[in-house]
Design a binder for this molecule. Sequence first.
Ligand code: PEP
Length: 248
Amino acid sequence: MANRKYIVGNWKMNGMREQLSDIKEIAEIAGQNNQVDVAICPPATLIAQAADNNPDFMIGAQDCHFAAKGAHTGCLSADMIREAGAIMTILGHSERRADQHETDAEIKAKAEAVHAAGLGAIICVGETEEERDAGQAVDIVCGQLEGSFPDKAEAAWLTIAYEPVWAIGTGRVPEASDVEEMHAAIRNKLGKLMGDGADAVRILYGGSMNGGNASELLAVPNVDGGLVGGASLTAEKFGPIIEAAAAA
Ligand code: PEP
């Protein structure tokens, strides 16, 4: 049976209080398409207010630390983001892997901390253009998945996002056949890592998804939703993606 589609907006370092009205509009569209799970991950500064304003809508975070507390200036624990109102967090986004030098081992530890705090986790994996050109994409992505895979993983709280680095924010999208090949490889790897529960883990595609290409991407086998950056910032752009998921 196909998994329920999951559409997640990653606002990255975008959004001031003024943009809380965009989250409200997006939450309304999500409410009208309740056969799809929809979430927005705003910057941490907006989590509490976004969650308070939209009690029936899923608000997530973009990262958290693996430690429960301590001397980690500038960081937030899983308990902190949960208390603010997040119900899950993105982990290991390629921008953090590159800018903050996050390792697979740290991402695994973060996912375990997130689960211990009662939150969901979306672990991001994806190859660079050089790695794809060298024919290494599947090996790189499956290696990231294995290295960052948390102990005691279950579909109830774990989601994987395949995001080719070269497709993020570029307007470039892989061929549907390449997405299909990668999502099948991820599903297969999940089977080896966790056995029977693997089929229920949702695998999102991310990288320049928009209202014009969402239907095609969401129809690819093993694509259970989307992780969306730029096109999640307004209801005008994000709404058509939610509607495409509802029709998929
Ligand atoms: C992302 O960064 O997670 C992403 C998918 O960005 P965009 O949709 O802008 O490519």
